[in-house]
Design a binder for this molecule. Sequence first.
Ligand SMILES: C[S@@+](CC[C@H](N)C(=O)[O-])C[C@H]1O[C@@H](n2cnc3c(N)ncnc32)[C@H](O)[C@@H]1O
Length: 442
Amino acid sequence: MTIEEHIPAAADAMSSGKRLGTFDAFVELAITTARSGRNDGLAITSSHPLLNGAAYLAFRKTVDIKTRREIGAFFSSENVAALLASKLLGVIDEDALVLDPTCGIGDLLIARAAHLPLHETLEKTLDAWGARLAGFDTREDLIRLCKGRLCIMARARGGFDEEIDPLAYFPNILVQDIFAEESHGLLSSADAVVFNPPFGKIVWHEKLDWAAGKINAAAIFLDHLTLKIGPNVPVAAVLPEVLRCGARYGRFKSALAERGYSGSFEARGQFDSWTDVDVFTTLLTRSDGPLWQSPIEPANLSLGDRFEVRVGTVVPHRDPLAGPERAYICAKTTPAWSTFTPTASRHHTGRAFLPPFVAIRRTSSPSDKMRAVGTIVEGDEPVAVENHLLVAIPNDGSVQSCEALLALLQSQAINDRLNDLMRCRHLTTGAIRSLPWKLLDE
Ligand SMILES: C[S@@+](CC[C@H](N)C(=O)[O-])C[C@H]1O[C@@H](n2cnc3c(N)ncnc32)[C@H](O)[C@@H]1O
């Protein structure tokens, strides 16, 4: 189906000989519809195409995928938007200021607007909604379309047909970067947040306490958001599963938990048929309770549920001495069964690992007294690790977890198990991940 078939105003333009070539042209047609409130002389209803997929369709058809990926513009379906808006019902009151800090074409705000009261006129309704809805997006065309669609939503719900200027309303829906200084005011005054941030992997320009290297943008946006909003502000969000389950995001989750956030989750599978990212929905609040806890029985936990396990990335005789200078450890110089801070360094371009973590020697044989010899590595900077070592990084980022792992590796039960699993000399990440954590608790 073409864009023109999806939006009567666009079809009009086509029949009068104009071509609908660009997204800007589509946005202008949408603003015209929002201004006059008429399509082919008919009043707007809730089944209007601009409230039912035409806007996202036009965006996908006229803006290339590279641009859409760069800004993470994957908009919420009506179902997800309605679900997130419903999470706030009963949690905030009708007058609350609800912010979508990455609002795109406004689907989450439209879902919130479905619960806001109507007033006698369109103007009064839009004034009232404008005091309760806030949003940022870095693209002006998306903000224009967002405002136009909110006007169309008000028309559909109230049956209003007076002419208005859609862009004169919603003073808190702004072309603005969530990270910009100017955004702090609305971030700190919002009463609730609806959130579907960009999901792409990026290298962040500032040092983060909880990760290094390429990171999912959703974690960076959520990190910033939760540092800036008020203490009792609920966040209804759709987020990529990797934030909940990915071993690399354990520290991020610990940082959220330390800020007092908790919340359950619903796994929702693939975001939509155009976006192959598994997502979950959640309501984050500052309250006692677990954060995105998976229902695994503690008795069935394995080491891989608590640690990310990797092979060191430095191959000394092969890798060029290039890239940033990093602290460096290798199997020969890492003291067994102790805690140490690396003093050696080398240049390395590959992944480096932020302490604390446990380095485990990869090479051992069944005749050795202990199969998996560990060392706790501490320090403030990422460490380049030789590939004769495995790296076990605790999801909670704590030294206590590293100490617990060292104790686990020293137990005879684990030694016997590794000897059964591994007759060859090299320990594998799979074997280490599969070790049962419960042996330690026994
Ligand atoms: C995943 S879309 C979500 C849009 C909308 N919340 C929804 O659920 O349909 C993310 C949006 O964030 C916007 N964006 C990207 N970087 C941003 C930034 N630094 N500040 C504000 N918005 C940003 C993109 O333009 C895009 O429209």
